[in-house]
Design a protein around this ligand. Structure first.
Ligand SMILES: Cc1cc2nc3c(=O)[nH]c(=O)nc-3n(C[C@H](O)[C@H](O)[C@H](O)COP(=O)(O)OP(=O)(O)OC[C@H]3O[C@@H](n4cnc5c(N)ncnc54)[C@H](O)[C@@H]3O)c2cc1C
Length: 400
């Protein structure tokens, strides 16, 4: 059964896929987004949305709706490594004076996918992609569980996973094979304008206020744990107890809090840069590269790389460029924007989970310019890049 035929199939309707599909559809490209889950759905995430994503969201016309559902502006960061001193740093804002926000993924992802639909993308959900065969020469055949077969000229993988044969080309050996957990608490002792990061050997996590529910503040607690630690601790509650026992700052923050949701788990995580292109197949978001959750840049990378791939593709398709030429441009721009975040993210994660690195890092973090530099190295120095800049850089890369 032939269900659909199109120019581009996007596999996955998370932030990367929804943004890529929305921008392609807005540019007149015939695009199908296949998403296996029915939205709204929960996603394991710390839900810290960095302002680096705002220009793309504004360009798509969804920024104000997203900010309406988000928590208060996050203007400061406190880091409590496993051993050592607390580090405090100010969070930078973007060129328009906007700060990061906490936003539930059930809101963000649903708004983005709806926007893609309204801009003309054909969104198939639930639609689990089972198999992809073909090449850029012959076109692709995509077999799905619920929607039959889809045929397309090109594919964007936005499925949040590395390709099955594509382990990261750069990653910290110690930090790979981590599993992530998320839940929500009420009544936490944490400033509404603050994100708290907490570490102990083999585990690190973050706490921040997301949008309120029924007038009551709601806090997201997300953490990652190494598999080796999980072998000796019983489940998410056991891991959280371990983190609280070792990190008194987190224990104080949760002293009067109650968990108001079940635990959600996701893994394994594979921080690092992967393949960005392979014969007509483009990779965006976590499928292309994964940053350490600690630095709160994963959604921004997903949103910006989705936009970058879509802009590059739309221009290339219009100009009759070969997929490999389009890919070369995409790769240069991707690495320029994201490579250093992947690298420094691993370094900061080691600092949170390794007592020696944590102690030394916390001493250095007392030097204010160094703490500021650390925030910048996590990616937040790119805040002023606007959606228009992304487009004009793509145009330059295209030689038009
Ligand atoms: C513990 C933890 C905390 C984090 N905290 C933060 C944070 O505070 N801030 C931040 O910015 N980032 C954070 N991240 C990272 C962030 O969640 C990811 O980087 C982001 O979700 C990547 O978006 P994506 O669109 O690439 O993939 P995803 O969000 O994973 O979306 C992929 C989509 O593809 C669909 N899919 C998968 N396979 C198929 C298939 N075969 N067929 C059809 N559909 C399919 C899935 O259902 C899913 O909806 C955190 C991650 C973890 C694990």
């Amino acid at each position: 059964m032939l269900a659909e035929a199109c120019d581009v199939v996007v596999i996955g309707g998370g932030p990367a896929g929804a943004v890529a599909g929305a921008i392609l559809a807005a540019g007149g490209v015939d695009v199908v987004i296949a998403e296996q889950k029915v939205f709204p759905r929960q996603k394991v995430c710390g839900e810290f949305l960095s302002p680096g994503a705002f220009p793309v969201l504004a360009r798509l016309g969804v920024l104000s709706e997203i900010l309406d559902r988000a928590g208060p502006e996050i203007t400061s960061l406190t880091m409590h490594p496993s051993v050592g001193l607390k580090i405090k740093a100010a969070m930078p804002c973007d060129g328009a004076g906007r700060f990061a926000r906490g936003i539930g993924r059930h809101h963000l992802d649903t708004l983005l996918l709806d926007r893609a639909r309204r801009l003309g993308a054909r969104v198939l959900t639930p639609c689990h992609v089972r198999k992809v065969v073909g090449s850029s020469d012959q076109g692709f055949t995509i077999e799905t569980d619920q929607c039959g077969v889809i045929e397309s000229k090109l594919i964007i993988f936005a499925n949040g996973r590395p390709p099955s044969d594509g382990q990261p080309t750069s990653h910290s050996k110690k930090m790979r094979q981590m599993v992530g957990f998320k839940t929500y608490f009420n009544q936490c002792h944490l400033g509404a304008d603050t994100i708290g990061l907490y570490g102990c050997r083999g585990i690190y996590g973050g706490l921040l206020r997301t949008g309120d529910v029924g007038g009551e503040p709601r806090y997201n607690l997300a953490f990652v744990a190494r598999r080796s630690v999980m072998e000796s601790v019983a489940g998410a509650n056991g891991l959280l107890s371990r983190l609280r026992q070792s990190n008194h700052a987190l224990d104080r923050a949760l002293a009067d809090a109650q968990r108001v949701d079940r635990w959600h788990a996701w893994g394994p995580l594979w921080p690092g840069v992967r393949r960005l292109f392979d014969d007509g197949k483009f990779y965006v978001g976590n499928a292309a590269g994964e940053v350490q959750p600690l630095i709160g840049e994963g959604m921004t990378l997903a949103i910006r790389s989705g936009a970058l791939a879509a802009d590059t593709l739309a221009l290339g398709l219009r100009g009759g460029a070969a997929p490999s030429e389009i890919a070369a441009r995409y790769e240069v721009l991707w690495r320029e924007d994201f490579s250093s975040r992947c690298y420094w993210g691993n370094w900061f994660a080691s600092m949170m989970t390794n007592p020696v690195a944590g102690f030394l890092g916390s001493l250095l973090g007392q030097i204010r310019p160094l703490a500021r530099w650390g925030v910048g190295a996590s990616g937040k120095k790119f805040l002023a890049v606007s959606g228009t800049n992304i487009r004009s850089r793509t145009v330059r890369g295209n030689g038009h």
